[in-house]
Design a protein around this ligand. Structure first.
Ligand code: ADP
Ligand code: MG
Length: 225
């Protein structure tokens, strides 16, 4: 199955808001988590009260997941626009995703040929790549596998390929990608791909998806310079 999406300008507002919202929300989440943990160690609370604390901690964890899938963590008002190629971003994301990959018996193989320079929002591109890596790894979490990353350039275009050897998707599942809250995972947010599409649309790129059930999935991102 192969589908192409070119998302509309409308999605751009999503990424513009996300930087400042992430910053504002993460702090209270962390603080609340800390106090609840502290409360949980109290010797004067009942079993029932303890249960409420456990529920609250789980709900906080869920909120944290939504923030990290969807929002870009960056200081508001700080300028994250860089004129760069994708090497640093791919290296950074590969590094921070390696422990998660190891946890699921997934190897990450990176092939960086060359990439043209372009102005982009560093934090947004990193978050977008993190979401794609994460989905690839999660699609392989049952039996392990390899996540293949390939970056190259041709005719004033940057090509980023992210392939996995995981569960794959049907055409119908591919068609749902990027719809808010669409998730087939028990603990999924269904916001990761929305963030991916909005970021790629911002740099006027397009995303092609090739997937075969039981074989794996490859996302091909093409970004014009
Ligand atoms: P979440 O990961 O929280 O479920 P996403 O928006 O990141 O939300 O992804 C939405 C859905 O798209 C996933 O639940 C999954 O069904 C499907 N999906 C995304 N990437 C892949 C992939 N590489 N392989 C298989 N399915 C995928
Ligand atoms: Mg995801």
């Amino acid at each position: 199955a192969r589908e192409t999406f070119i998302y509309s300008e409308k999605l751009n507002i999503v990424s513009e808001l996300s930087a400042s919202v992430a910053h504002e929300i993460r702090n209270p989440l962390t603080v609340t988590n800390g106090f609840l943990q502290l409360l949980n160690t109290s010797k004067t609370i009942s079993m029932e009260e303890k249960k409420y604390i456990e529920y609250s901690l789980l709900e906080l964890e869920r909120a944290e997941k939504i923030v990290s899938d969807f929002l870009v963590f960056a200081k508001p008002q700080s300028n994250n626009m860089v004129y760069s190629n994708f090497k640093e971003e791919i290296e950074y994301v590969t590094n921070i995703m390696t422990p998660y990959a190891n946890m699921h018996q997934v190897a990450i193989q990176v092939n960086f040929n060359n990439s043209l320079y372009k102005t982009f929002d560093k934090n947004q591109i990193q978050q977008c790549l993190i979401n794609l890596y994460k989905n690839g790894i999660e699609a392989m979490k049952k039996d392990g596998g390899t996540l293949y990353i390939d970056v190259s350039e041709r005719k004033k275009k940057i090509f980023i390929q992210i392939g996995d050897t995981g569960t794959g998707m049907t055409s119908e599942e591919i068609a749902h990608l990027g719809k808010p809250y669409y998730s087939t995972k028990k603990e999924g947010t269904g916001l990761g791909m929305l963030m991916v599409y909005s970021t790629i649309s911002k740099v006027k790129g397009k995303i092609e998806v090739e997937s075969e059930v039981g074989q794996g999935t490859t996302f091909l991102i093409t970004i014009p310079v």
